[in-house]
Design a protein around this ligand. Structure first.
Ligand code: PEP
Ligand code: MN
Length: 268
């Protein structure tokens, strides 16, 4: 089997923030809810120099009865963000059909959610749908703390010919009550980063912390460990969000967080 090597200085993710001296910032709402909410958020984030706009439209939720996303219609809203604001856009895909629809609407980057990364057949089906297509893919860690499963998912895309890959650390489920929604278990992503030098690793403090007040400290911890960027859920009225209301921040708060984050020398 071909061993993964990531040493491309011209990778999509490196180029996005090249020469700016600050980390890659991915931001946007947990879910696209309405066209107006998407546009309003994207306009604010564009002014802050966010590199990549995120919004979930197909939302795999843990329990039935939660908001499961607006579906395909949201792709047109993301396409509008791209055309009118010139921002690159990303959304979560969980099936081959999602991939097909997202590519038709020229979504720039796809991401694989934690509930998909755990399922090799689902990941392979998505990777197969990407054969012959050059689109950057970000792979979130699986919900359970299993580094091999995370690497396995990344390998499936690598072997499908995807060269622009990134890993997103969103923490791991635990039955124990902790201050985090998903425990970070930092040693797992640190090991991933050490094994695959050049693979961009992005911290998702929103899903790790599950609380607005943890977004800054968890982001800073990721940067202190040498992570390449942050993914922060941002909503114009977080308390009213249809998903993940407790962890989203306003665009104004995001600006403060970005302004306070420091890139320090790696401490591990
Ligand atoms: C999300 O990014 O909104 C999401 C559903 O994340 P995860 O797959 O990490 O739970
Ligand atoms: Mn979310």
């Amino acid at each position: 089997m071909q061993l993964m090597k990531f040493n491309n200085p011209h990778s999509f993710f490196t180029a996005l923030q090249a020469g700016q001296g600050h980390p890659l910032v991915i931001a946007g709402p947990c879910s696209a809810e309405t066209e107006a909410q998407v546009m309003q958020t994207a306009e604010a984030l564009k002014q802050q120099g966010v590199h990549l706009f995120r919004a979930g439209i197909w939302k795999p939720r843990t329990r039935p009865g939660s908001f499961e996303g607006v579906g395909s219609q949201g792709l047109a809203w993301l396409n509008r963000v791209k055309r009118e604001l010139g921002l690159k856009v990303t959304t979560e895909v969980a099936t081959a059909r999602h991939v097909e629809e997202a590519l038709k609407q020229e979504i720039d980057v796809l991401w694989i959610g934690a509930r998909t990364t755990v399922n090799p057949f689902a990941v392979q089906e998505i990777a197969d749908a990407l054969q012959g297509v050059q689109v950057p893919v970000m792979v979130k860690n699986p919900v359970n703390p299993d580094l091999a499963l995370w690497i396995g998912a990344i390998e499936r895309f690598y072997h499908a010919g995807i060269t622009d890959l990134a890993a997103i650390h969103r923490g791991f489920s635990s039955y124990q009550q902790t201050k985090y929604r998903n425990v970070p278990l930092w040693q797992i992503p640190i090991e991933l980063k050490a094994r695959y030098q050049g693979l961009p690793v992005i911290v998702d403090p929103s899903h790790i912390g599950g609380r607005r007040d943890l977004v800054f400290p968890v982001s800073q911890k990721g940067l202190d460990l040498g992570y390449d960027g942050v993914m922060i859920e941002t909503h114009p009225t977080p308390e009213q969000a249809l998903s993940d209301a407790a962890q989203q921040v306003t665009p104004a708060r995001l600006a403060e967080i970005i302004g306070q984050l420091q890139v320090r020398k790696s401490t591990y």
